[in-house]
Design a protein around this ligand. Sequence first.
Ligand SMILES: [Zn+2]
Length: 437
Amino acid sequence: MTAPDRTAALELIDFIDASPSPWHAVASAEARLQKNGYTRLEEESRWQLAAGGRYYVVRGGASMIAFVQGSRPIAEAGFRIVGTHTDSPGFRVKPKAALAGDGIARLAVEVYGGPILATFTDRDLSLAGRVVLRTAASQATRLLRFERPLLRLPNLAIHMNRDVNEQGLKLNKQTELPLILGQLGEGDDAEAQLRKLLADAVQADSNHAGSADLLSWELAVYDVQKGCLWGANEEFIASRQLDNLASCYAALTALIATEQPAATCVTALFDHEEVGSESAAGAGSSFITDVLARISAHAKLDEEDRQRAMARSFFISADMAHAYNPNFPNAYEPGHKVSVNGGPVIKTNSNQRYTTNAETAARFIGFCEKAGVPYQQYAHRSDLGCGSTIGPIVASQLGVASVDVGSPMWAMHSARESAGVHDHAYMIAALIAAFAS
Ligand SMILES: [Zn+2]
């Protein structure tokens, strides 16, 4: 293993550790951008953009678009855009979540996206997200995170579930997913206890009053175990949320490394991919078109030049890919087994679940060759439904040439996923080459 690859993988693990929810992911990205000279723009304010300037915009708390202005006119060079998503499948806490009974307090949760439910059992789970508080002036949103294990989904013992190894673990989403939060004494009010717990956690960070000031929340359940390197030569990464924080981090790293590009380079991190991207800030929203239109307006592009700019643009949708797992050979298309640590994967689906076409695939191959990294090609089995990602959604909005790529991984949507140490560095290098194109 080369030392830089290992360093990049360890940095990724730290980024994910600091990002237990999509709102935290944007905060982690923001901290990194600010350290590297990026200035925050507010959508509700008038923008002042300097030539060669570096900026970012946040919408909805968990979507972000960062960009660095290129030296060439936008109408001549277009945009180089990399899009990823900040959200991960799992559980979200319901608004009135406390359940009391049999001396136990439990938390009612909703399944968010498509997690492998069984992988969340017997893990050290906790809460992270954002809360809105009443303040003296009006209201304020605060990030909240419990570092310690707070919740658990205990398995049923095999003595009561004798077929579990033959049938798999099946969990009813309404009745068998509430998470155990604590024991209740005589007369204890589970709802009041939960609100106090949340209010105390926020108060540790800010000087706001008690649980009466807690107006609303969005809280994700996360596994507190930090990511690690594993394998005989520590060639693998294990962590929660590799899908898709690994791509977020690669796209951010590549953007930050792109100091004076010819084309205007953009990294877009979207919330809500796991639930279909249709939201005010998701990839299906106006966010990306609004930001590009505003950049174009500041560059004084008329409508014809704006369209020329889009025609010269390129969009890379970066989301994780399915690596071949030798224990399940029949799950894969035999001609398209992609390997962990085999390099970025170009994903193709003629039914347009991925945006890749011959020309855009070739263009991405060119970036890999320029960066000196290997690449792989993936197609799903024809008798299995293919997943999708933000690629087709953004491509159909922008109408620009697009490709779907991603680093190979195992156990997508597990509470703890695996990927390759080298692949992370390869993807960063390929995206740097794309931004330089
Ligand atoms: Zn994904």
